[in-house]
Every structure is written in structure tokens, then in C-alpha cells.
Design a protein around this ligand. Structure first.
Ligand code: NDP
Length: 248
């Protein structure tokens, strides 16, 4: 496989780290964005992956800020070269029932989870089209397919990623650029560790596979969709949910 530069937003997170690891194991150079102000956590993150033989680096960028994304893209190009694989994994939750949700909870989340995918992808799409190769994966969620109590903002942002990816798939196909979503169900990371025990037990009881998934399960789906040979698979949503929600 040709060594291609992969940019993973939110690459420091539970799922993002495993995506970086597996893309790196496939021989890719991986760069992640971080919002860590002093970079200490990220330096340790990159060091740990490098110790495993992964060619990992990071750049600072708040994906919710368009200008910051533009500057980040210039930095990535200058330091590491042209991005050929982009995984938009940065995401947050700001849970609240809609009748109690503040405008800030809505807008902050949409700015990062949905606008962030635009802000970042917009910086790299022209190069991908020009080089006639690009693999874009947007990390959505089962809750963007089914909706979830207390998550009108999160569900809307993740559902929006499906529309974004499908439209982008049509635009990119003639130029060798694919765009897909991966929709994890419940995955064991700090995001789900914040779920109260009683709620977690009731969620697990509904998962046919009998447990929450692992970041590795999500990363494998990303690797499938970003493979050099994956050019004909575009505009799809690949669920990774242990049978929690089945659709076609
Ligand atoms: P984490 O909280 O572990 O990771 C999220 C990452 O996003 C972190 O690295 C975080 O950085 C980064 N991030 C947050 N805000 C910004 C920002 N403004 N700019 C740049 N980066 C930012 O969560 P997960 O690994 O669990 O989730 C990864 C993705 O998978 C998310 O999009 C999430 O919605 C999705 N997902 C997760 C599921 C799960 O069960 N865990 C289920 C379905 C979808 P920092 O650590 O510095 O804050």
C-alpha cells in the first residue's frame, strides 16, 4: 500500500486513538488535531504511539473554528504534506432535554460535531479532487439514526453528517474521492463512561451482542472504508453497533 497521510480529528480520544493506531499499522502517517493548550498531553500521546512504531504527529486546532481549521491545514501541508485520508472523529455531547436546553448547548455542539466536519473537510477537498484520490470518513452515531432522549443536539448533528457525506460522495465520485459515515453504537470510551451505571445497564441489556463495543471495532470499519481499494464504496453508512439498530 502507498503511504498516505491521514488526518484524524479528535485523534486523542478513545475511538480516535485506536483509529490512528490502526491506520498507522497499515503504514500510514497519522496526524491528529488537538485542543490541548500547552500540548503536553498530545506530546505524550504521540510518544506512546511512536513507541509502538506508529508514525504519529499532532497539530493544534479547534475544529469548531473555521479560521483555525484554515491555518491548521496550511500547517499540515507545510509540515507533513498532502492529506489523502480524512477522518472527522472530533465530537462532544451536551445532553439536555430540549425543553431545558440552552442555546449555548445547542450551538456549541453543532459547531463542533457538524460544522467541524465542514470546517475541516473544506480545507482538504480541493487537493483530494486534484490528486484524484481521497478517503473521507465522518464518525456519526447510532443516535443520529434513531434519535435519543436528551440528545436533540447530538442526534441532529450526527444525522446531519449522513446528509453531508452522501452529498459529498456524489460530488467526489467522479474525482476518486469517497465519503462515508461510520455509526458506532455504544463504545467503551470516556464518553460512555460518563453514563450513570443504571442507565448503562439498561443500554447493554438492549444490545444483542451483549456488551458495548470497543474502539477497535470502530477503527476496523474506518480502515475498510479508507483502503486504497475502497474507491467504489461511497455514500454509505457503516453501523458498528452489535445489532442494537439494524437497517438497510
Ligand atoms: P472522546 O471524548 O474520547 O473523544 C473526542 C475527541 O474529540 C477528543 O480527542 C476531544 O479532544 C476532541 N474534541 C472535542 N472538541 C474538539 C474541538 N473543538 N476541536 C478538536 N477536537 C475536539 O470520545 P469518543 O472517542 O468516544 O468519540 C469519538 C467520536 O465517536 C465522537 O464524534 C463521538 O460522537 C462518536 N461516537 C462515540 C460513541 C461512543 O460510544 N463512545 C458512540 C457513537 C459515536 P479533548 O480530549 O482534548 O477534549
Amino acid at each position: 500500500m502507498t503511504k498516505r497521510l491521514a488526518l484524524v480529528t479528535g485523534g486523542e480520544g478513545g475511538i480516535g486513538t485506536e483509529i490512528c493506531r490502526q491506520l498507522g499499522q497499515q503504514g500510514r502517517k497519522v496526524v491528529t488535531t488537538c485542543i490541548d493548550p500547552d500540548g503536553q498531553d498530545m506530546a505524550a500521546w504521540a510518544e506512546a504511539l511512536r513507541a509502538e512504531g506508529i508514525d504519529a504527529d499532532y497539530v493544534r486546532c479547534d475544529v469548531g473554528n473555521y479560521d483555525a481549521c484554515e491555518a491548521m491545514a496550511a500547517e499540515v501541508q507545510e509540515k507533513f504534506g498532502t492529506v489523502e485520508v480524512l477522518v472527522n472523529a472530533a465530537g462532544i455531547t451536551r445532553d439536555s432535554f430540549l425543553h431545558k436546553m440552552s442555546a449555548d448547548q445547542w450551538h456549541t455542539l453543532i459547531d463542533i460535531n457538524l460544522n467541524g466536519a465542514f470546517n475541516v473537510t473544506r480545507q482538504f477537498i480541493n487537493d483530494m479532487r486534484e490528486q484524484r484520490f481521497g478517503r473521507i470518513v465522518n464518525i456519526s452515531s447510532v443516535n443520529g439514526q434513531t434519535g435519543q432522549f436528551g440528545q436533540t443536539n447530538y442526534s441532529a448533528s450526527k444525522a446531519g453528517l449522513h446528509g453531508f457525506s452522501m452529498a459529498l460522495a456524489k460530488e467526489g465520485a467522479p474525482k476518486g474521492v469517497t465519503a462515508n459515515t461510520v455509526s458506532p453504537g455504544y463504545i467503551k470510551t470516556s464518553m460512555t463512561a460518563a453514563i450513570p451505571d443504571a442507565v448503562r445497564e439498561s443500554i447493554v441489556a438492549q444490545i444483542p451482542a451483549g456488551d458495548m463495543g470497543l474502539p477497535e471495532d470502530v477503527a476496523r470499519a474506518v480502515c475498510f472504508l479508507t483502503a486504497d481499494e475502497g474507491g467504489y464504496v461511497t455514500g454509505i453508512n457503516l453501523p458498528v453497533n452489535g445489532g442494537l439498530f439494524c437497517s438497510f
